[in-house]
Design a binder for this molecule. Structure first.
Ligand code: ATP
Ligand code: MG
Length: 578
């Protein structure tokens, strides 16, 4: 399990209070929780909160947390999702050890319990069509009406239910319903469906079953079979709790779990719904489940987000019963905080502009060279400067960075007609090329369209390393790479997937998709040390943000994702009390 300090909570929450009481009163000795994903899509950041709560609480109390696939609806579930979910939970830093379960492990037991309910007169086979059932269910203000099949005899119910299992009836023709109360104020208690007919192969049980239990019938009973003590779920299951308890009360289950509900994670500019994310993938609006713009764990991993940052974020959001909306800036802040510590610094120019050092030969140190050495060769020999790998962590050492007579700088770091507060490069002005020299722009070269395509500069040989021995003040410092020794790269910048903080509030969530969520910079240049970049491992491109190598990288073409930029609006807002 993720045993770093990130799983520890700063404060208390209502779930931990409940567990404390349960332990004090002796209701539970060992805390057992479970994370119960339905394998009908990839996990998203909302699930990370549920994972963190379930695994975190179990770890904190020395108990255990199960991974249980809620695989009761084979029409939507796939092995790909089962594998992805297990991989993502592990990646997040949690381990279920030997406690991997599936609701389908219990199909036989659940079936027996369904017969038990029939035999005790508490379940019946209903022949109403789904439409008729819906029409008779009533509303919040009106009671439902009893089905004409509600009073079938036990033997007829048993016979029909067994024939449902044997495959005698087509999909949707009959269901098994609990016989509770069609007049209940809680619609979930108006004879809920326990089993439906579905002639579909199941990823794990194959063709064995053609009837499948409902979520409500499977969930609490699976909890009871596994000895789960605290069944933690999101608030939308609150109204299901009376049914959860009714089933446990009326079945010979081996243990007595309890359900508690907490608020879902909601984040602005983000949609956390598997159904919607599935549509994005299916319609090709994104490149797949792991497209770095998606809120899935697979996408965040590909984008370079460290799992510890996600755990930290979940801890800061905390567990509460009241629904709330979290600012995406808070997530970015957690990511930045982790990457700032761990990411090595590198130089990369995203939108290159050529800069030529016209006095390059003056920079080369010729002393000690034999008289007959050909000086013109020196002009093109690489001159190396030294750069720290991490300015706050000198243990990471330094690297040699090739300088040259031709460099690239960021297009934005030059302005022909700069305002007064622009401290970077402009005609006649000085700027520091980080770790290298202070240069002055002497001449600009334009193409026929009038665009600046090249800057001719002189470097001050006395400023090697970017220092000013005469103490003169140079305010601007910019990054650069050597033209000849840098590597071509494609850089992918990600912006929010939606244009509004509350996607879908205007009625059509697809209309709120941001057409500029992906920005590709195909002509970037990066320093040669990045040839050794590792997929998924974060680096900081100085002055630009945190990036990581994407699996789309091929020989001769590095591809980097921007994980997150450097600007931290969240930290600023917190500091100013906003
Ligand atoms: P979605 O609405 O995205 O399809 P789901 O609830 O249907 O999610 P499940 O696979 O059933 O997906 O979820 C597994 C667990 O994760 C459940 O206990 C559910 O309550 C929890 N969960 C899902 N979304 C969130 C969220 N946004 N915040 C916290 N927990 C969540
Ligand atoms: Mg669900």
């Amino acid at each position: 399990m993720a045993s770093d300090a990130t799983t520890a909570t700063a404060g208390r929450d209502f779930i931990r209070d409940i567990i404390d009481t349960d332990i004090a009163t002796g209701r539970v000795r060992e805390v057992v929780t479970r994370f119960p994903p339905e394998p009908n899509g990839y996990l998203h950041i909302g699930h990370a909160k549920a994972i963190w709560i379930n695994f975190g609480v179990a770890e904190e109390y020395g108990g255990r947390c199960h991974l249980r696939f809620d695989d009761t609806n084979p029409s939507k579930e796939e092995q790909e999702y089962i594998d992805a979910i297990a991989r993502d939970v592990h990646w997040l830093g949690f381990d279920w050890g030997p406690h991997l379960y599936h609701a389908s492990d219990y199909f036989e037991q659940l079936y027996e319990w369904a017969e038990h309910l029939i035999r005790s007169g508490k379940a019946y086979v209903d022949d109403l069509s789904p439409e008729e059932m819906r029409a008779m269910r009533g509303t919040l203000s009106e009671p439902g009406r009893d089905s004409p099949y509600r009073d079938r005899s036990i033997s007829e119910n048993l016979d029909l239910f067994r024939r449902m299992r044997a495959g005698e009836f087509p999909n949707g023709v009959r269901v098994l319903r609990a016989k509770i109360d069609m007049a209940s104020g809680n619609i979930n208690l108006r004879d809920p469906v326990l089993y439906r007919i579905l002639h579909t192969d199941h990823p794990r049980t194959g063709e064995k079953w053609c009837i499948y239990p409902s979520y409500d019938f499977a969930h609490g009973q699976s909890d009871a079979i596994e000895g789960v003590t605290h069944s933690l779920c999101t608030l939308e299951f609150e109204d299901h709790r009376p049914l959860y308890e009714w089933l446990l009360d009326n079945l010979p289950v081996p243990s007595r779990p309890r359900q508690y509900e907490f608020a879902r994670l909601n984040i602005n500019y983000t949609v956390l719904s598997k159904r919607f994310l599935t549509e994005l993938v299916r319609q090709g609006r994104v490149g797949g489940w792991d497209d770095p713009r998606m809120p899935t764990l697979a996408a965040l991993r590909r984008r370079g987000v460290p799992p510890a940052a996600i755990r930290d974020f979940a801890r800061r959001v905390g567990v509460a019963r009241a629904n709330s909306l979290v600012d995406i800036a808070m997530f970015d802040h957690a990511v930045r905080e982790h990457l700032n510590k761990s990411a090595l610094r590198r130089m990369a120019v995203l939108r290159p502009l050529k800069l030529v050092i016209t006095n390059y030969d003056e920079l080369a140190d010729l002393s000690g060279l034999p008289e007959n050495e050909n000086i013109s060769k020196m002009i093109y020999a690489p001159l190396m400067v030294t750069a720290p790998n991490h300015p706050d962590d000198l243990a990471t050492g330094t690297r040699a960075l090739p300088f040259g007579s031709e460099l690239f700088i960021e297009r934005d770091d030059f302005m022909e007609h700069p305002p007064n507060n622009f401290y970077r490069l402009a005609p006649g002005r000085e700027v520091r090329l980080r770790y290298a020299y202070i240069v002055t722009c002497r001449e600009i070269v334009k193409n026929s369209a009038g665009e600046v395509v090249e800057l001719k500069c002189t470097a001050d040989p006395a400023t090697r390393g970017g220092n000013t021995p005469d103490g003169r003040r140079v305010r601007g410092t910019i990054h650069w790479v050597a033209a000849a020794r840098s590597l071509p790269a494609e850089i992918r910048l990600y912006n929010p997937l939606f244009t509004r903080p509350d996607p879908g509030a205007g009625g059509d969530v697809f209309a709120d998709l941001n057409p500029h969520s992906l920005e590709i910079l195909p002509e970037a240049r990066v320093e040669p040390a990045l040839a050794e970049a590792v997929i998924g491992q974060a680096v900081q491109f100085e002055r630009q943000g945190y990036f990581c190598l994407d699996p789309d990288t091929e020989p001769g073409r590095l591809v980097f994702n921007r994980t997150v930029g450097l600007r931290d609006s969240w930290a600023k807002a917190q500091a100013s009390g906003g």
